[in-house]
Ligand binder design. Structure first.
Ligand code: PLP
Length: 393
């Protein structure tokens, strides 16, 4: 019999009842160190008092009004995002995959309005993940995501990860845009080298096409810059943001330059809940805490500490781990002779939560507020997990 929840998830046998900072707690009191943060969502940890206050204060005033009216909290958050980034304008969504829908629509509409409606094609990278909507799965194109869901939205092509030459070879007079994650998350914590991101920008400039960056997972302080592309220099024309921007409350947004957004006039796009007062009140508080040098400096310092300890872990358990990779507090442990699922499960046994990814990588995406002591404790727990796996071989 089918369960009452559609069985699309492989769930671990864990049920968390509450959260505090970097910890998630089960009903019997078992406390798990959270190195997953809801897959890069809870950037400020669980039950962060500033976010609780922002949400509850707004909840007492106004939950929802239609986008037929002005929404003060949405305007304030848009102004913050525009002030802190390349963007001139912002559209609010509730999730990352909705951002992909809009990014693709925006790129196509741009060319339609420029009198080149044949420019509909989007070049993406293998191993990408842009969400589960029709545009998202067509963009990523992997068999795992698309099998059984055809006919796919047409106009998407994939080239090998990081292969700028292959992307260049595909660019033609029907190309609208290139879409890329500066650091692939689901694909196995694979940062695109700065030189390649710059080369993609140069390619888009030379061809006059749009560059879409998907910072749904790697944005909002995760890599130690507000947005990951800032490390390379060179900005997108359109950027997808979600996960961390809501700190755990569903919120996403598409940021764009005035030029890229020029086709999106009144009536071309909309969302009932996108940019609602509750989400934007929380998003504003997240931006206030994350978008400053002191906070980001701490992310970088803690990244160094975690990375150094993980290098030690890898060196001590070469049968379990092959390497550490990633950026900031978006790190991956590439597994050697075990599966990433084995490591995640052994982590649960030792009350530390991590997230599996493609390419046999275990993802470490802790709250950006994790303390030095918690980092030491997390690695000690991973060490126990690795020793168990070593002993089992
Ligand atoms: C890079 C990237 N893009 C898009 C998405 C889709 O976001 P959502 O699950 O909020 O729809 C994800 C989710 O994991 C992601 O990592």
């Amino acid at each position: 019999m089918i369960p009452s929840i559609l069985p699309t998830y492989n769930r671990a046998p864990l049920t968390f009842e509450s959260g505090e900072g970097s910890w998630m707690i089960e009903a019997d009191g078992r406390r798990f160190l959270d190195l997953g943060a809801g897959i890069a969502v809870n950037v400020l940890g669980h039950a962060n008092p500033v976010l609780v206050e922002a949400l509850t204060a707004q909840a007492g005033k106004l939950w929802h009004v239609s986008n037929l009216y002005n929404i003060t909290q949405q305007q304030a958050l848009a102004d913050k995002l525009v002030a802190s980034t390349f963007a001139d304008t912002v559209f609010f969504t509730n999730s990352g995959t909705e951002c992909c829908e809009l990014a693709v629509k925006m790129a196509r509409k741009y060319w339609y309005d420029k009198g080149q409606p044949e420019r509909v094609e989007i070049i993406a990278f293998e191993g990408a993940f842009h969400g589960r909507s029709s545009a998202g799965i067509a963009a990523a194109g992997s068999e795992k995501l698309v099998a059984g869901f055809g006919p796919l939205l047409p106009g998407f092509h994939q080239v090998p990860w990081g292969d700028v030459d292959a992307a260049e070879a595909l660019v033609g007079d029907q190309t609208a845009a290139i879409i890329v994650e500066p650091v692939q998350g689901e694909g196995g914590i694979r940062p695109l080298p700065d030189a390649d991101l710059k080369a993609l920008r140069a390619l888009c400039d030379a061809a006059g096409i749009l560059l879409i960056m998907d910072e749904v997972q790697c944005g909002v302080g995760r890599t130690g810059k507000l947005f990951a592309h800032e490390w390379a220099g060179g900005t997108p024309d359109i950027m997808m943001v979600a996960k961390g921007i809501g700190g755990g409350f569903p919120l996403g947004c598409v940021l764009a330059t005035e030029e890229a957004a020029s086709g999106m006039v009144a009536g071309t796009h909309g969302s009932t809940y996108g940019g609602n007062p509750l989400a934007c009140a929380v998003g504003g508080a997240v931006m206030d805490m994350v978008a400053n040098d002191a906070f980001l400096g701490e992310v970088n310092r803690k990244s160094g500490l975690l990375r150094q300890k993980l290098e030690g872990l890898v060196a001590a358990h070469p049968e379990v781990f092959e390497e550490v990779r990633g950026a900031g507090l978006m790190l991956g442990l590439k597994c050697a002779k075990v599966t990433c699922g084995d490591v995640v499960a052994a982590g649960y046994d030792n009350e530390v939560v991590t997230v599996p990814a493609a390419d046999n990588v275990v993802r470490l995406l802790p709250p950006l507020t994790i303390s030095d002591e918690e980092i030491a404790e997390a690695v000690a727990r991973l060490e126990k997990a690795a020793s168990q796996l070593d002993a089992g071989k």
